[in-house]
Each structure stands twice: as C-alpha cells, then as structure tokens.
Design a binder for this molecule. Sequence first.
Ligand SMILES: Nc1nc2c(ncn2[C@@H]2O[C@H](COP(=O)(O)OP(=O)(O)OP(=O)(O)O)[C@@H](O)[C@H]2O)c(=O)[nH]1
Ligand SMILES: [Mg+2]
Length: 446
Amino acid sequence: MLPFDQDTIAAISTPPGTGGLAIIRLSGPHSLAALKPLFSGADKLKPRYATFGKLSHPDLGEGDFDDCVVTFFKGPNSVTGEDLLEISIHGGAYLQQKLLEVILRAPHIRPAGAGEFTFRSFMRGRIDLSRAEAVADLIHAKDEAAHKNARHQLGGGLRDLVGEMSDKLIQILTVLEAELDFSDQEIDFTPLESLLAPLGELKDTTTALLDTYFYGRRLEEGFRVPLIGAPNSGKSSLFNLLLGEERAIVTPQAGTTRDTIEKTIVVAGHSLILVDTAGIRKTGDEAEYFGVDRSLDEIEQADLVILVQAPDTTTKNAHYVINTPQITVYNKIDLVTTPPEDKDIHLSCTTGEGLDTLKRLLYKHVINMKNDGVQGVILNSERHRDIFNRFDHQVSNCLTAVQNELGPEYIASDLRLALDILGEITGKTTPDDILNQIFSGFCVGK
Ligand SMILES: Nc1nc2c(ncn2[C@@H]2O[C@H](COP(=O)(O)OP(=O)(O)OP(=O)(O)O)[C@@H](O)[C@H]2O)c(=O)[nH]1
Ligand SMILES: [Mg+2]
C-alpha cells in the first residue's frame, strides 16, 4: 500500500525524452521550504500564479542552472489537497535528473511512488476512485472515442450513476428499516412487493451497463478488422491502400503474405486494427500453413471481416465467416466488365475505384458498433465489470428474498451487501490491495 504520510513527495512529471519543457512536481507541507534555497523567485510565489526566476545553488553546479517558471497551488485548494509546486524547466534529461536529485536532498522530501499524486487526491477526497481511474484512461486514450469516454468518467459520469443507484438502494433500505424499528407496533407497512419495481429497475440498469463492456474494451484496444480471402485476391494491396502507405509486400505470386501484419487506422473517431493475413488455401508449405492458421484465428477474433475476392482467384469466401459482421469486396474490377452483384463493394486497388465507397461502409459499420452507454457511461475496466457482476448477483438475491417473502431483516442485510459492492466503484469500500493495484498502474509523477 502506498504510504499516506506527512512527507513531501517529488517527481519528474513529464515522460522522458520528450524534449521541450519538463515539469517537476512537489506535493506536501515541505514543498516551499525545499524549493526556497534554489529558486530566485521564491519570495514572490503567490497561490495560483506562475512565477519566473532562475534556479541556482552550489549543489546544482556553478552559475545559473536554468531559467524556470514555478506555479504554486496552496493546499487544500490544489489537486492533491496539499501545497503543490510545479516547476517547469527545459526538458533535457540531465537538467531534470539533477534538479530532482538536489530537491530530494532537502529534509522530509522523498521520491513519489507510481500514482502517488493521484493517490493523495483520492485519500484527501479531492476525487473518487472512478475519477482517479479515468485519469489513467485519459492519458492512454488513443482516439477521439476513448478520449470522450475518459472525459465523461473524469467528469464524474460513473460516480454520479453509482450515486443514483446507491440512493435508490438507500431508499429501499429506509423503508425496510422503518419496518424493523416499528415491527412490534400496529402500523400498516408498505407491502414488500412494492420493493420489486425499484429492485427490478436497478437490475435493468446493471444489465444495460454490463452490456456496454464489450464496446468499452474495444475503445481501449481498438476493433479488429482482418482482410481475409484467397491468395492473390489483393488483400495486401487493399491493406496498403487503406493505410495510405506501402506497408505490406505485394507481388503477383500467390502466397506472398505469410504472417499477419497489423496497423491501426482511425474511422469515425475509433481505432480499427487492420490486419493483413495470409491467403487461405490448402498448402504443403509449412510456413504458409502456419500463416493460414493465423488467418483463421483472426476470423475468430474479428469484430468485422473484410472478405476480398477477385476474378483471377477461384476460392469462394462465404464459408470462412459465420456470425461476424462482414464487408464483401470484389477486387480487380479493372479486369472485368460485369463484376458479381452480390458483393458490397466493387473495387480496384490499381485505379482506386470503389475505395471511397468502402471507406463510407467502414464508417457505417463503426457507427453500428457504437454504444451510447447508460447515461453516457460505458464500462471499460475489468474491475468495474466484476463489481457490477457481483452487484447484479446481489440484487438478484434481494429480489428472490422479496419474492419468497423472507423477513425484512434478511432483505435489508442483502441490500447492505449490495450497497457495499457499489461502494467499491468510488473507493468507499475498496480493499487496500485493490487500491494499491490501481495506483501502482499509474506512472511516477501522476
Ligand atoms: N489488375 C489489378 N491487379 C491487382 C489489383 N489489386 C491487386 N492486384 C495485383 O494482384 C497481385 C496480388 O496482390 P496482393 O495484394 O499481393 O494479393 P494478396 O491477396 O495479398 O495475396 P497473398 O499475400 O498471396 O495472399 C499483385 O500483383 C497486385 O499488383 C487490382 O485491383 N487490379
Ligand atoms: Mg498478401
């Protein structure tokens, strides 16, 4: 578990090797004291203002070490809830390392652990756990859709939804607990069946949320879109055309592509992992045989398959793919006068004819795979999915208890368990080892 102590923590907050500017962050009660001997503008620092000055100190070497801008956030009005300094210097590796090393010589200062700044925000109640997790998602977002989802969660989307669900549970609990408190008196209580509707609604919301997980994972990983077809149908040519670069080798020889090659393109704000594959055919060549095996694996994992056929290849593609959405492409139309009508796209990789229509169809498929979420919330983490699965199970227990007219005390205890499970989303009831796992997944400096 990360320590939650009175030490001041310091770390370089910019990824190494980026050049430009670097930021070194300090958080804790000794931040100002640590910087003061090094920074010419220390006396001018004002909360929420950036102050320009020079860094110089015998420990930093002779003369001025660097120009810098320091932004001061006074606790508790800072993201960590503590005194926080952000020191911007030039981004050289030596500059960053040296300054950090000298700062760490000051009393009560120690290097920050991975995710420790965010951990402090969480421990001081500045953000809940679901928002802390969204910080990591925001940093790792690869496309517009993933970014939008992370922003929604960082804005408290999941926290608010869980808040509403918890409120509903608490309302039910209040009714039951009143019943328990006054059970020895002659009062007409709300019939237990009245709990069925709100519990059913909670279950529906949970089911809808769990349904978003598939799309949420694709937001993280990208949709897998292999190009499948017989050797020589033009898969690699199409792969290159869609990428806009000559990534895969193209030759007139059937069986050119042996291993899968993948590259990501962005369509409708979503990452699509295009996969060029070996042409599928029976073969005695060992390397090609394994390549074909990989092509078949790709079909299994695909979110959308692009099936490529051409007039000079004979194999029909229909039997490769069963339930996966697919786009059928008839390639090399420059070689024929009447291409078959049952294909979605008529294309020529040589002339580029049909490429725009294919791109539009890809766009449509991505829009079809989109999920708007529950009040905009899309589950993308295994942790959240596990919590909602357990919650779902627990709500089912409550429903069964009501249907079987078990005593209110049983139902109430089941409801309290459900409430505890929901609390793991925001961090109220999250075990320490899980907290540790979440924050250690961050980089140092975040
Ligand atoms: N005329 C014409 N030739 C094409 C077209 N597309 C691809 N070709 C040619 O067809 C041959 C095979 O193309 P590839 O892209 O290597 O085919 P592939 O499906 O990747 O083949 P394998 O890797 O062997 O499975 C090459 O000579 C290409 O130049 C097209 O639209 N028209
Ligand atoms: Mg190929």
